[in-house]
Design a protein around this ligand. Sequence first.
Ligand SMILES: Nc1ncnc2c1ncn2[C@@H]1O[C@H](COP(=O)(O)OP(=O)(O)O)[C@@H](O)[C@H]1O
Ligand SMILES: [Mg+2]
Length: 223
Amino acid sequence: MTGYFVTATGTDIGKTYLGAALLRHWRREERAIAALKPVMSGFDPADVAGSDAGQLLMAMGAPMDSGGLNLISPWRFAAPLSPDMAAAREGRTIPYAKLVDTCRAVAGMMPEEGRLIIEGVGGIFVPLDDRHTVMDWMKDLQLPVLLVAGSYLGTISHTLAALAAMKLHGLAPHAVIVNESPVSPVPIAETVEVLRRHAPDTRILTLKRNPDAAAIAALAGAL
Ligand SMILES: Nc1ncnc2c1ncn2[C@@H]1O[C@H](COP(=O)(O)OP(=O)(O)O)[C@@H](O)[C@H]1O
Ligand SMILES: [Mg+2]
């Protein structure tokens, strides 16, 4: 099984977009696929299709019913806050050990040629409870990490900071995916060049806006 943990330098950078694009690609390859977005805040039950889990289910061609939702996104919270805060608003907490076990169990059920996407939440240090952040989650899962970055002005510092923080925790991403931001005064190729110079040991790939199937296939092939 190949499973990727998709994180980002921040929120709204393109984790779901990347995960959904890869799932559609692997589906075209007729692979067994699975996705998890175990923790979701800002969830509106009246708009499942607009949620991250809904988009992942759609990409997998899976029905968007409560069964599918419960499987891929067991911990859903209404408030559009960090997950620990959103959970607290509902008098709940995220059971960290169970979160890790759930991810491991799904990974353990995948066939050899299967592909799994686990989307984190926000960026690398988003708190999950009073003691754990996404960093702990990544360390405990030990899956290859895809770190999604933008191409906006400022992304170089955000990306290098994320790489340095991961390194402090003994982690290195499998790849950084520079996802083209809607607005940027900097050409994406130049951003990638600079990142490559400052992070020479890191695989850095790009994703253009509204990429076609061939571009996604090329990206998936480079992972
Ligand atoms: N490469 C891209 N091309 C077009 N739209 C994109 C691309 N990447 C992200 N988006 C859009 O940007 C928004 C934020 O991306 P999303 O994947 O939801 O971020 P995240 O999961 O990191 O919060 C979404 O509306 C998404 O459809
Ligand atoms: Mg998302």
